[in-house]
Write a protein that binds this ligand. Structure first.
Ligand SMILES: Cc1cc2nc3c(=O)[nH]c(=O)nc-3n(C[C@H](O)[C@H](O)[C@H](O)COP(=O)(O)OP(=O)(O)OC[C@H]3O[C@@H](n4cnc5c(N)ncnc54)[C@H](O)[C@@H]3O)c2cc1C
Length: 428
């Protein structure tokens, strides 16, 4: 049973995409739990969109169809979809080689294979919904340590230059993996450094994207062009994710915008006509970081703290979201049974249920880089044969589409507590 004198039930370290979505999901699905989010940056819609944490920067996130379904369950989709562009087609190709594969939403009886959502807008929607929900904020504040108790945890928080203690049944670490909290609590991450960087920019092209996402594999690494903007904006904007090694990145960053457009044209080709504009370029080093065990008594890692993937396959947040919903389902069951949500049996059951999806998604995104990052002739030939095969063999295509759509056979968390769009909608 739960200790009587806990300050709160669930403490979430980090209010980025993963932490904020988890807080909202718990507020919707297990409303009797008291949730406290501790976030290093100020948390208020007024702080958006300029001065905010990494989750809510100028990037876009490719949301799988399955993620749309989850946001519908959370009552946030109708608001999120105001700035989410549908992906109706995916075109996968290999620069300078003959293989290509195409996926179409209509072949899967869906209106879209996925969506490209604006991160700042997602942040704003999440903050608004959370301010309206019964969630407590400690921000700006940092989780600096944690001590296990008999039936819960004591978390040390640094706020306004002072250290405070907060007790709860369970600590969820959603700090993105950069704050060192994961290591401090004894988790051991494994990291593969791809020796590459992701360059992110918004790009305008002379041809409309027609709601097509392009995944293109080049000798220097994979790139993706994701459709952005509503048809009202004539659909000429795309979000670029371009992987480059350090040397190529440095060289590109020194170029004028005109030359950058030319370099990109050379790599990407002419499928979207002329590349007429490239916006501000941000870049991130690319690594695959995972942990074998994401749970300890009273503690669980989620989001990038548990698994940070290569962004080209667009799987990181989608995988995180499915994990969050599996965790919330365990919290619901534990609460119904009067068991502490931080007990090892509850958290281990979550890990057992999420592990297969997690391992397969990590493997899928890693193999995309390993197979398509190679320029050795036999591998390149096999890979072309693979792409052509994928285009011809319906079963192989369906497998790829299932990965891209991120449905993974997930069922709604609890049909009885599924929020409706109307009832859950926040009105400012
Ligand atoms: C270039 C790029 C493109 C991507 N594209 C896609 C995509 O298309 N589709 C997809 O599914 N995924 C994509 N991803 C992955 C996706 O962005 C991440 O999965 C997602 O941002 C993870 O969010 P998070 O909340 O786990 O971590 P973060 O976004 O890093 O958030 C962590 C939060 O914790 C706070 N924090 C840190 N330390 C502490 C502490 N000690 N105490 C309190 N708070 C703390 C930080 O301020 C921050 O707000 C992409 C990633 C990158 C880098």
């Amino acid at each position: 049973m739960t200790e009587a004198r806990m300050d709160t039930d669930l403490i979430i370290a980090g209010g980025g995409l993963a932490g904020a979505t988890l807080a909202l999901a718990v507020a919707r699905v297990v409303p009797e739990l008291r949730v406290t989010v501790v976030e290093s940056f100020p948390l208020s819609p007024d702080a958006l969109p300029e001065d905010y944490q990494p989750s809510y920067d100028a990037r876009s996130t490719a949301l799988a169809w399955g993620s749309r379904v989850i946001f519908e369950e959370l009552g946030l989709w109708s608001e999120l979809s105001e700035h989410a562009t549908p992906i109706q087609h995916i075109h996968v190709s290999d620069r300078g080689r003959f293989g290509a594969t195409r996926l179409h939403a209509k072949d899967h009886h869906q209106e879209a294979l996925g969506y490209v959502a604006d991160n700042r807008w997602m942040g704003l929607c999440l903050m608004r919904a959370l301010l309206a929900a019964n969630v407590r904020w400690e921000a700006p504040a940092e989780v600096v340590d944690m001590m296990p108790l008999n039936q819960g945890v004591r978390v040390s928080i640094r706020k306004d230059g002072e250290e405070q203690q907060l007790t709860g049944q369970c600590l969820v670490v959603a700090d993105g993996g950069r704050s060192g909290l994961r290591e401090k609590l004894g988790f051991q991450p494994r990291t593969v450094d791809y020796g590459q960087n992701a360059l992110i920019a918004n790009v305008t092209t002379s041809e409309a994207h027609q709601f097509t996402a392009f995944e293109r594999f080049t000798k220097s690494g994979p790139m993706a062009m994701l459709p952005q903007g509503s048809p009202a904006r004539a659909g000429h904007d795309s979000a670029l994710v371009w992987t480059l090694d350090d040397h190529a990145l440095d060289a590109l960053l020194e170029q004028t915008d005109e030359d950058k457009c030319r370099s990109l044209q050379d790599r990407f080709g002419w499928r979207l006509g002329r590349i007429t504009r490239i916006g501000q370029c941000n870049h991130y080093p690319l690594k695959l970081t995972t942990v074998d065990e994401a749970v300890r008594p009273g503690v669980v890692l989620v989001g990038n703290a548990a698994h940070a993937l290569h962004p080209v396959a667009g799987q990181g947040f989608n995988l995180a979201l499915r994990g969050l919903m599996a965790l919330v389902e365990q919290f619901r069951m534990a609460t119904d049974e009067g068991v502490s949500i931080g007990s090892l049996s509850v958290l281990s059951e979550y890990q057992r249920r999420h592990r297969q999806d997690w391992q397969q998604t990590v493997q899928f995104s890693d193999s995309l880089i390993r197979v398509f990052g190679q320029s050795l002739p036999p591998l390149a030939l096999a890979r072309d044969a693979g792409l052509v095969g994928l285009d011809l063999v319906p079963a192989a295509k369906r497998w790829f589409a299932r990965k891209a759509m991120g449905t993974g056979g997930r069922k709604p968390v609890m049909p009885s507590v599924k929020a409706t769009e109307e009832s859950a909608r926040y009105e400012p």
